[in-house]
Design a protein. Structure first.
Lengths: 387, 554
């Protein structure tokens, strides 16, 4: 009999970490499915590759650290880390890129700091940031198979959709789409006469927000003049739908009380308010509309899934609110004034830096402490309770 | 209370009375329905009773009887004179008639976990009793007389605290008491003794509340009960209505059904909105809380003239065939009660005293039922067996959301691991009420409460050690300075010495001040040694000089 068995409390809610992680994975599904639908198998391959290497790295590190492997693997935290990491990696990235990032995340950012619960920084975002610094080119271009691009994206060099009545619409989820995604992930498997360039050439695309930022002014103006919105230029409304998917998953987490509302709400509110403040219809295109900031990029997944990682986030309620504001401001600032294209990873890591101080200084008032007017309270009560 | 008012009260928007929000809390399954299926059962007289009087540490025991004496039911057997307050005492009465066979130390089913002096009574089964002398009419008695009668009946806090009820009233006697709360919020799972009591004997409870209100001269009296107990609420409403027609002015207030709604300071907040500051007593703020069980015992004492010889105890758990509430005689063994409930010992995994969240495990069935034994659980093997695999804290904060004191258990855990006492105190470890809500919700199954208990104990020993060493340090320094003074004042000294004396004194006092703040350190020691060497040198030099001066003068 362990000491737990003999000391109060004897009753337990039955919750455990594995359940929490499983619900988190479940909540990611709507967003992942939307990505899959619009961008093909790339994201799925990324998740599978990351999941495989995450489990391998986790097992190896648990073994090296002399922990019970089966017990700790069962908490599924490595899988959650892998999923969050892989979602941020562009589809069509080579397998070694994914593997390198997730191994860095699990080994360096998680286990070298003491494993689950001890890492001061979000491991998935550490892996992502490391890749972004080391492989900026691979990390900022979304290589998609021809299948996908031909099917959904037919644009001229100004970014205006070409009327494609005669063009055959191909599904990114077709068998050919799968084969091509596979070849993009595992380039070594292609036969020597197969030219990857031939079907991935010039297909780099990024989130609408990034397009907005990088595209030349004239091209943008031209596009707007011709009545094309940037969303419709992309695979119809892919990013909106994906973001709505993650929003949906996030609401599920809130409903299940796995995360509290403090962090996601403050991030979204901050991004919304700041982007609304800086946006004016005539202003420079770089600022973007509030709608673009919320639904045109990775804001939702960042707010609901990444910034809420409990281990590295602020843990007190007031601390969480400040933490959310800091991340929201960082997201907007890095996007608009920074030199990186999207900003969730750096914003969250910056928030992680602040978290310990927030926990120390933003604490809720303890019951019965700091009551200077305690005696007065009774007097007011005298008044209020008079029948 | 009309249905409309009840709904208003539940929603917290009521016109007359409504409960205020309190922080945190959990809603565990209560398992109370098993023991509430049948009515409170009177108990057959067991062959032997071990009536606890008290631990020898807690006061002096004055026996009224000796081994071999025959006693009647209700006869006063002994009393415990509490050493802390010389005036107060807790008398003990015979629950039935019989012969005192021995007076010995034995284990008692209460939270003290130490042996207590018990009077062993061989019952004769006749149950012959002394005539009861009910008080004339409690409405005509002064509050002091009521308090004396409550003290004479040996009533203690039946909720589990065991503090003499009369003393609690006395502690607030010099204050204008605004509010008396009768605590019927029995929020811990399994325990249904109070609920059963209210369902069946609400008139007694309400009358007791009125007596307590008169005894403590409280302006208002509110009976607080959780909104999830409709039968008990109905019984109380009827009893209050009946009583209001005569003299009383008790009110009923529904508080939200969550754990720990019945914790004293939390209950005060939800009833009155007053937040009792940390380390202060409710009485200092014009509030007094008594348990419903206490209230009923007061009713028995003043209306029936019956001293406290029994209490309602819940017997529950999967190992029992018929869980129920008993009117248990004080001093009967736990085993006897379990036997009547049809215990299957092969099914039993463990025995708990109290509820499932703050109870403790009883080492044996021999323990005697005391005035505070509210619940006994014979738990089956898959019952109340929390998960044993402990995982790392992921700082999810569920514990902080559950904490009724708004502590940050996740931070306290981290500081406990590193024994960072200053941070532990800063983060309010001493305000933890050990309710176990954080443990209950922890997905990593960390035994938080027992970790905090250990940390608290460690801090307390450290503080007492520190205090003690400070005292000895001061004594030692005083001793040294005295010796020095005597030496300095010795007549053999030369002229040069008096000039140095004030300097030496100021040095002593300076080091005194320093010692109060810092502990022994190597650097400091070496610094002091160097200083001492320098002093000796200087003294030698001076005495040499003095000698030479003397020489010259010669």
């Amino acid at each position: 009999m362990s000491s737990m068995d003999t000391k109060a409390p004897f009753q337990h809610s039955g919750k455990n970490i594995a359940q929490l992680m499983q619900t988190l994975l479940l909540a990611l599904l709507p967003g992942i499915c939307a990505s899959l639908w619009f961008f093909g198998y790339g994201i799925l391959l990324n998740i599978l590759i990351a999941g495989f290497f995450a489990l391998a790295a986790e097992t190896a590190m648990l073994g090296l650290r002399g922990k019970k492997i089966a017990l700790h693997l069962a908490d599924r935290s490595a899988l959650v880390c892998a999923a969050l990491f892989a979602i941020g990696i562009p589809p069509g990235a080579p397998w070694w890129l994914v593997a390198l990032g997730i191994i860095f995340a699990i080994v360096v950012a998680k286990h070298l700091y003491g494993g689950l619960g001890q890492n001061p920084f979000n491991p998935a975002m550490c892996g992502y940031a490391m890749l972004l610094l080391a492989f900026p080119l691979q990390m900022t271009s979304w290589h998609l198979p021809n299948e996908v691009v031909e099917g959904v994206l037919s644009v001229d060099n100004l970014g205006i959709p070409i009327a494609s009545a005669e063009q055959e619409i191909l599904s990114p989820l077709s068998w050919r789409g799968f084969k091509q995604a596979l070849l993009l992930s595992f380039p070594f498997a292609a036969s020597s006469d197969f030219d990857i360039k031939a079907f991935t050439d010039g297909l780099a695309m990024a989130t609408p927000l990034i397009e907005f930022k990088m595209a030349g002014q004239s091209a943008l103006l031209a596009a707007r003049d011709s009545g094309a919105s940037l969303f419709s230029r992309e695979s119809e409304t892919a990013w909106e739908v994906i973001n709505i998917g993650y929003l949906f998953g996030g609401l599920l987490l809130l409903y299940k009380r796995i995360i509290s509302w403090h962090i996601p709400l403050t991030i979204i509110a901050t991004v919304l308010i700041v982007s609304a403040l800086f946006y004016a219809p005539g202003s420079a295109s770089i600022y973007g509309t509030p709608y673009l900031h919320l639904f045109g990029s990775a804001t939702m997944i960042g707010a609901f899934f990444i910034a809420t990682d409990p281990v590295s986030a602020a843990t007190t309620r007031p601390g969480k609110v400040v933490y959310g504001i800091i991340i929201g401001l960082s997201i907007y600032s890095i996007r608009v004034w920074g030199s990186y294209l999207d900003s969730i990873a750096f914003a969250v890591l910056f928030g992680n830096f602040c978290a310990p101080a927030l926990d120390q200084f933003c604490r809720p008032r303890i019951f019965g402490q700091g009551l200077l007017r305690a005696t007065k309270l009774t007097e007011t009560n005298h008044e209020s309770t008079k029948p | 209370m009309s249905p409309l008012q009840r709904i208003q009260s539940m929603l917290g928007v009521g016109t007359s009375l409504s409960s205020r929000r309190t922080a945190g809390g959990i809603k565990p399954p209560s398992y109370k329905e098993h023991s509430l299926r049948s009515r409170i059962m009177p108990m057959p007289i067991p062959p032997q009773l071990k009536i606890p009087v008290g631990a020898t540490e807690s006061g002096t025991i004055a026996l009224d009887i000796a081994a071999g004496d025959h006693v009647h039911k209700y006869q006063k057997l002994a009393q415990l004179q509490l050493s802390a307050q010389g005036r107060t005492s807790i008398p003990v009465h015979a629950p039935t008639s019989g012969i005192v066979s021995a007076i010995e130390e034995a284990y008692v089913a209460d939270h003290s976990q130490q042996k207590q002096v018990c009077i062993v009574l061989k019952t004769d089964g006749l149950d012959t009793s002394l005539p009861l002398e009910p008080a004339v009419d409690y409405r005509q008695l002064a509050s002091e007389e009521l308090v004396t009668a409550i003290r004479r009946a040996g009533i203690v806090g039946m909720g589990g605290a065991g503090f003499p009820a009369a003393d609690k009233i006395d502690s607030a006697a010099h204050q204008a008491l605004d509010l008396l709360i009768i605590n019927a919020a029995e929020c811990e799972p399994y325990i249904s003794a109070d609920e059963a009591l209210i369902r069946e004997r609400a008139e007694g409870v309400v009358t007791g509340a009125e007596i307590l209100q008169r005894a403590s001269s409280a302006r208002r009296c509110i009976i607080a009960i959780e909104s999830s107990k409709p039968n008990a609420i109905q019984a109380l409403e009827q009893a209050i209505e009946a009583q209001t027609n005569i003299t009383g002015n008790c009110e009923l207030l529904l508080v939200p059904s969550k754990y720990p709604a019945g914790s004293e300071k939390q209950l005060i907040q939800s009833v009155s909105g007053i937040e009792i500051p940390s380390g202060q007593h409710p009485a200092q703020h014009g509030v007094l809380v008594h348990n419903v069980g206490t209230s009923y015992a007061v009713f028995q004492a003043l209306v029936l003239g019956r001293p406290c010889i029994s209490r309602i105890t819940t017997l529950s758990g999967q190992a029992l065939k018929t869980p129920k509430n008993f009117e248990a005689l004080i001093g009967c063994s736990v085993e006897f009660l379990f036997e009547i409930c049809g215990i299957d010992k092969s099914l039993r995994h463990k025995t708990l005293l109290g509820g499932s969240l703050m109870g403790l495990q009883l080492p044996s069935d021999n323990a005697a039922v005391s005035k505070t034994t509210n619940c006994l659980i014979a738990a089956g093997s898959d019952e109340l067996a929390p998960p044993t695999e402990i995982q790392a804290c992921i700082r999810c904060g569920f514990c902080a959301d559950a904490c009724p004191v708004r502590l940050l258990p996740q931070q306290l855990l981290a500081f406990s691991k590193t024994a960072n006492n200053s941070q532990l105190l800063e983060h309010g470890l001493m305000d933890c009420i050990e309710c176990g809500a954080c443990d209950y919700v922890c997905p990593s199954h960390i035994p938080l409460v027992s970790i905090y208990k250990d940390s608290k104990a460690a801090i307390e020993t450290r503080l007492t050690n520190h205090e003690r060493s400070k005292v000895w340090q001061q004594r030692f320094q005083y001793h040294q300075s005295r010796i020095k003074k005597e030496k300095d004042q010795a007549p053999t000294r030369t002229k040069a010495v008096p000039a140095k004396k004030p300097a030496a004194e100021s040095e002593v006092s300076a080091s005194n001040n320093g010692n109060e703040q810092e502990f022994f350190s190597k650097e400091k020691a070496s610094r002091e040694i160097a200083a001492a060497v320098a002093r000796v040198k200087a003294r030698r030099d001076e005495s040499k000089k003095a000698a030479s001066v003397q020489d010259k003068s010669k």
